[in-house]
Design a protein around this ligand. Structure first.
Ligand SMILES: Nc1nc2c(c(=O)[nH]1)N[C@H]1C(S)=C(S)[C@@H](COP(=O)(O)O)O[C@H]1N2
Ligand SMILES: [Mo]
Length: 210
């Protein structure tokens, strides 16, 4: 069969459509397709919060554990991040905008113990995700409370979520309630249930053994 007779599948057509939009195709990791939609993905229910009762704890291997109210979180210096996001279920979305507080700044405020090697993001209902410490110290790792200039929608993590855009989006814990610094790695919810421990989209680290 000649190459031009091979029918193009959905993924090939989707990737080819990037050029028409003037988007550099190398921004789309292997095995992904881009979408303009914003799919909602999670296990379990969407929590609803009374913001006066919500708090965010920063604890584990820190000098001074923090418990921040939503107002206290919002009073900290904020950053806006423009980034692509990649879900392990194969959708990617380009140029999303998030506003929030850098994880690095929160950890510095609590005082990192030099023995800390990893961080676990804890959500409502027991969902969690683990990350090497160095992966949340960069400029783009946020505790985000706005998406595209508006407060997060309930199903996307209101009032605050992690955004760690260089890893598959399951690491970006919605409905974040705690950041825990640990010595050694403690696999989170999906990492114990078949997903890759690190999750680099450009190396297609989707599942155990990838
Ligand atoms: N608390 C919590 N956070 C979560 C999840 C979850 O099940 N619970 N799912 C993760 C997964 S698999 C993805 S792809 C993203 C999806 O975020 P979105 O629904 O805002 O697109 O949230 C991540 N954060
Ligand atoms: Mo996901």
């Amino acid at each position: 069969m000649f190459w031009h007779c091979v029918p193009m599948g959905f993924f090939d057509r989707n990737r080819a459509a990037l050029a028409e939009r003037g988007i550099d195709a190398t921004r789309l990791p292997p095995g992904q397709y881009f979408t303009d939609r914003f799919p909602v993905l999670h296990v379990g229910d969407v929590p609803s919060y009374d913001l006066t009762a919500w708090d965010l704890q920063v604890g584990g291997l820190v000098r001074q554990p923090l418990r921040l109210s939503f107002d206290e979180l919002r009073a900290l210096p904020a950053t806006e991040v423009l980034t692509d996001i990649h879900c392990v279920t194969k959708w990617s979305k380009f140029d999303t905008t998030w506003r929030g507080v850098r994880v690095r700044d929160l950890l510095d405020l609590a005082g990192r113990d030099p023995a800390a090697t990893h961080v676990v993001g804890h959500a409502e209902f027991g969902y969690s995700a683990n990350l090497p410490l160095e992966d949340v110290l960069g400029d783009k790792a946020l505790v985000a409370y706005e998406y595209e200039g508006a407060p997060l929608e309930a199903e996307h993590g209101f009032p605050a979520r992690l955004v760690v855009p260089h890893l598959y989006f399951w690491k970006s814990v919605k409905w974040l309630r705690g950041l825990e610094l640990t010595n050694g790695d403690q696999p989170g919810f999906w990492e114990r249930n078949g997903y890759h421990n690190y999750g680099d989209p450009f190396r297609e680290q989707r599942y155990w053994g990838d």
